[in-house]
Design a protein around this ligand. Structure first.
Ligand code: NAD
Length: 378
């Protein structure tokens, strides 16, 4: 068994939503050990949380800059190898840039940055660094998402002509109607979230899922946002028409005010031979539709699954694996890349996915603000 990879955590403290997903995921395949962190901007809270989860406090730092400075003083065999960034969006770019410039591997939450310009600067820093960069579009780790990618690549749907992906949540509905409550949410603050709330937070997952599964690139978008109130600067709902080719079209729908919805990410992909339907809230069922055959339901862990899909299951079929396992699959791919081992294409989203995501978010904002016009992605 190779030694565990020394992992540093930024954000993801006891007060966070996503921290537990990363911590559990990093442990699932026994590849990582948390050796250092800034869990929280408040040093005392960071220390308290480290004690709570039994991480030694000698390498819990008061802030990110101190962490890099102190870790760089350590011999390479003790130093953090990879840092996982789980902070609000505006900190992703400065943290990732400094980490890459100092030779650390990076696992980063989405959206990768707050602007496309930052994303391109980060891409250049990554190119120079020669390190591994992994973007945690969590849903690409699900076995049946991987199965869609591999089956589409093998021609199971034939030529694709229509894609419809949506990500509906309702959690901002109770928040948005009171201007005072609204101010307490960082996702509605452009200084912390970036240029978009809904499209940047969840629409970008739907975008990534389309490009990941179909292998197609979205060329242009036409977007209509809903801000709900004139004094709210951030989109909380958006509908996007997408073009992937002259005869390949579709849409991305995302909402944070879809009352009562939880994490309803769904994708429908239609080709000349067959179609796929997949729903994040029931991730182990992949529906295959046909004009001539009965509906097929594909499941993970079977001999008929692709190599990439099977690399993401640990137990015999019928033992449901879920969101923790999906993120763990991304951490597993990252571990292979960090160790210089062979890994399958598609085991984790990359820097390019981050740049594409920021290109998409910016294009939707420009489309809406330009009067609902078609905007090309680069
Ligand atoms: N991949 C996914 O499916 C998914 C799901 C949810 C959130 N996210 C992303 O994860 C990130 C965090 O989201 P969240 O919902 O967990 O946010 P959150 O507000 O719940 O948690 C943010 C954490 O960062 C810490 N933090 C803030 N400033 C910091 C600083 N300067 N130094 C160190 N720590 C700091 C906070 O104390 C907190 O622990 C966002 O970028 C979000 O888009 C991704």
């Amino acid at each position: 068994m190779p030694k565990k990879i020394r992992l540093g955590i930024l954000g993801g403290g006891g007060d966070s939503l996503i921290g537990v997903l990363h911590r559990v995921a990093s442990h699932i395949n026994d590849n990582y050990q948390i050796v250092s962190a800034v869990f929280n901007p408040d040093f005392e809270q960071s220390l308290a949380f480290a004690r709570q989860i039994d991480v030694p406090t000698n390498r819990i730092y008061k802030d990110f800059d101190t962490m890099v400075e102190e870790e760089m003083k350590l011999p390479p065999e003790q130093r953090v190898q990879v840092c996982s960034i789980q902070t609000p969006n505006f900190l992703h770019f400065p943290m990732a840039k400094k980490l890459l410039d100092n030779g650390f591997h990076v696992i980063c939450e989405k959206p990768m940055t707050t602007t496309l310009q930052e994303a391109k600067i980060l891409q250049e820093a990554h190119r120079k660094s020669g390190t591994v960069f992994v973007l945690t579009h969590t849903y690409t780790g699900y076995p049946m998402v991987r199965e869609m990618r591999e089956m589409i690549k093998a021609g199971a749907l034939g030529k694709i002509h229509k894609v419809d992906a949506s990500y509906y949540q309702g959690w901002i509905n109770p928040v948005i109607h009171d201007p005072e409550v609204r101010k307490t949410v960082w996702r509605l603050d452009p200084k912390k979230a970036g240029i978009s709330s809904c499209m940047g937070d969840i629409g970008v997952h739907a975008f990534n899922l389309i490009e990941y599964t179909t292998g197609l690139k979205i060329n242009s978008v036409l977007c209509d946002f809903n801000y709900l109130y004139d004094d709210n600067q951030m989109d909380v709902d958006g509908t996007v028409l997408i073009r992937m080719g002259k005869h390949i079209k579709g849409l991305i729908r995302s909402s944070q005010v879809a009352t009562g919805e939880e994490n309803a990410l769904t994708i429908n992909i239609y080709g000349e031979k067959a179609g796929f339907r997949w729903e994040q809230e029931n991730p182990n069922f992949l529906y295959m539709t046909s004009d001539t055959e009965a509906l097929k339901v594909l499941k993970p862990g079977h001999s008929y699954n692709s190599k990439l899909s099977l690399a993401g299951t640990k137990l015999p079929p019928g033992h449901p694996e879920g969101i923790f396992d999906s993120m763990a699959n991304i951490y597993l791919g990252a571990a292979r890349a960090i160790r210089g081992e062979e890994y399958n294409d598609g085991e984790f989203p990359t820097m390019l996915d981050g740049v594409r995501g920021m290109n998409f978010i910016e294009a939707t904002v420009n489309s809406h603000k330009g009067g609902n016009i078609w905007v090309d992605l680069e």
